[in-house]
Ligand binder design. Sequence first.
Ligand code: UDP
Length: 474
Amino acid sequence: ARLVARPHVVLLASPGAGHLTPLAELARRLVELHGFAATVVTFTNFSAPDQLACLPASVATAALPAVQIDDLPADAGNGGVLVELARRSLPNIRALVRSISTSSTAPLAALVPDFFCSSALPIAAELGVPGYLFFPSNLTFVAFMRHIVERNEGAAPGEYRDLVVPVELPGGVSLCGADLPEHQLYGQLVEWGRSYCLADGVLVNTFYEMEPAAVEAFRQLAVPEQGSGAFFFPPVFPVGPSVRRPDRHEPTAGALSPCLEWLDLQPAGSVVYLSFGSGGQLSVEQTAELAAGLEGSGQRFLWVVRMPSTDARRCGAAYDDPLAWLPEGFLARMNGRGLAVASWAPQVRVLAHPATAAFVSHCGWNSTLESVGCGVPMLAWPMYAEQRTNALILEEKLGVALRMPSSLADDRRLVTRHEIVKAVKELVEGGEKVRRRAEDLREAAARAWSPEGPSRRALEEVAVKWKAALEADF
Ligand code: UDP
């Protein structure tokens, strides 16, 4: 029999569970549903071995050598560091992609960097293959990025035109100042958005029912030829939700997670799960206030406690354990009603557990999709980056979340214990409507990837384009 070579897709994942996990799931689908071979490329700087260990078996991995980034300014920001890491790794990325494209018996079909690795898009052009950006967040935020790029078209280098607030996005989403990322990120976001314009398409981790107006609005937009002089932004393909499945082994930071055993002992629909992603940090004072709020609420809870922000570091190594920052005697007083774990929980399995009733979340988009995928309503407590926009979608547009009061106005102020008690009770004891909406969305998320589902069809459309481009080369 003739050996049929599988065309090869190379995907670049910037560091962080929130970037690697959805990209790996996308890679798995390309392999298992569309007959591609796929390699997920990761960075050795900030690598997390447990995360790599639970990648799908059908997907190959390759790690880029570490590069020097110690010299970056302290205020570069998480995204700024990741963008610079990708930029400094370009020679290594080029060498790796070239070696894959020449040594493997399979032709290179496409290069798919995630949004922090967009500087690699020219490599796709050099090699004459499609370059598609993977956007692990939502389409509304892609619309915002498109908006700021268009607004700054032709602006002098380094000068940015102020936003007109509220920002009116196509599809009727209106973002006021409090729904937008921090103002100091604006220039950086414009530059990142400009770099997206080198992509042939953007694969977005969302699905129709999550953002119907945004999907429809993008459908109406004509995409001109690149270089035609008209404003160009690549076409978008909603291919989500791309999330880890609960049956897959998840990282538990070395130790076996006590969370699931504890959840097994709790009544169905009784536990509030609290987690603020891989980067969300509360202040020392807010950590204590949250503990007091949970205590006062009388609810069962599972809380992933992270090290408090900067003020904690001043106190030195004795306090390296996040749980040491909980108020004196707190857990003993809970007497089994609440469990606090340090830093990390197997989140998808926690959300899928029948005991879990609600999720107090920083609204990272992966957490959001995971919660929706399990039909769990949320209490939105956004912290940074695009999380405030996500909270708006969840509360106002979808009705699957209530918002913590602080996130409505000044998100730097302390959320009091009374506000926490009130919000948690409102969600768990009331919250009938949000629970119903969460259940509707759970079904919609499953439909998106059913055989005729819209996300499945969108990825199919992309796969067909990539294969056609290969055939055109012969
Ligand atoms: N996560 C987890 N356990 C934790 C915290 C986070 O498994 O204790 C996973 C979570 O399931 C999600 C990812 O880490 O897939 C976080 O991504 P998200 O976009 O929600 O937030 P980010 O960390 O990027 O702010």
